[in-house]
Design a protein around this ligand. Structure first.
Ligand SMILES: O=C(O)CCC(=O)C(=O)O
Ligand SMILES: [Fe+2]
Length: 264
């Protein structure tokens, strides 16, 4: 099996639980980014299955290291993707979460956004709301929101991969120019119940530490967030008995177990 080393430690796993995302800036090689700039918009399969895409993006040691840390050893490697390509100026999407966003506290799915080209504020960056991944609501109920305190525009250098909890609220932000803005979106899935097998200083499981309130969170929701975080932490550490369907329910994504991937 291709060797993938975990890269996150206890603290970084807890930060991911709290924020619902992690960004790896400028990790993909410049030449490969340039190749991806001419990829057409829409559903992608053949390109995603190439050794080149796997080596440069899907199994890049930093990207796969995060996946290995959060989804365990034999995760499903994406076999399809969607290229969200915008050219004309537009007003931006409305806030939403995607597809069949999962219930439950386990981390079984990572949805990733890869930006082959740098994204500036006028290019219509993806916007996310850190910490929103447990707020499962009807899409229509959040679509009318404008700016939300704490929202983040992913203005990023070329070759950045943002890795998110599937349920995180997000949208494409308003775009002011006619330049190409691409984002290739793909998902990894868990196949086995978790244990604490990321980077560890000791075998003793440290308690969950709540990182405090996101800017839009008030008192009661804050202790709900703390509790949700604790439940996810315990689940990831193998302390919770709650079983989740593995791999989780998928709507349009597909994957191949890491143990079955062969690179030429
Ligand atoms: O392209 C983006 O920045 C986000 C697109 C998106 O979230 C969607 O179409 O579901
Ligand atoms: Fe979306």
């Amino acid at each position: 099996m291709i060797n993938v080393e975990p890269t996150l430690n206890d603290h970084e796993v807890r930060q991911f639980i709290h924020n619902g995302y992690i960004t790896l800036e400028n990790v993909v090689d410049e030449d490969f980014n340039r190749e991806c700039e001419s990829v057409p918009g829409g559903h992608l399969t053949d390109f995603v299955l190439t050794d080149e895409f796997r080596r440069n993006v899907l199994l890049h040691p930093e990207v796969a290291g995060v996946v290995r840390s959060l989804l365990g050893a034999d995760f499903l490697v994406p076999t399809s993707a969607h290229h969200h390509l915008f050219e004309a100026a537009h007003r931006g999407q409305t806030w939403h979460s995607d597809g069949l966003t999962e219930y439950g506290y386990g981390i079984t799915h990572l949805q990733c956004y890869y930006y082959p080209k740098a994204v500036k504020i006028e290019d219509g960056p993806t916007m996310i709301l850190p910490g929103s991944h447990h707020r499962l609501v009807d899409r229509e109920a959040i679509a009318h929101y404008g700016d939300i305190l704490g929202q983040l525009s992913l203005t990023v250098p070329a070759g950045t991969v943002a890795m998110t909890r599937y349920g995180i609220w997000h949208k494409a932000g308003p775009k002011l120019n006619a330049n190409r803005r691409g984002m290739i979106k793909f998902s990894y899935f868990r196949t086995a119940m978790p244990k604490r097998d990321w980077v560890r200083d000791s075998d003793e499981i440290p308690p969950y530490q709540h990182a405090g309130r996101h800017p839009y969170v008030t008192e009661v929701e804050s202790y709900r967030d703390r509790r949700r975080g604790e439940l996810t932490w315990r689940w990831l550490c193998g302390l919770a008995e709650v079983e989740e369907p593995l791999p989780p329910v998928q709507m349009f994504n597909s994957g191949i177990p890491l143990s079955e991937v062969r690179l030429q």
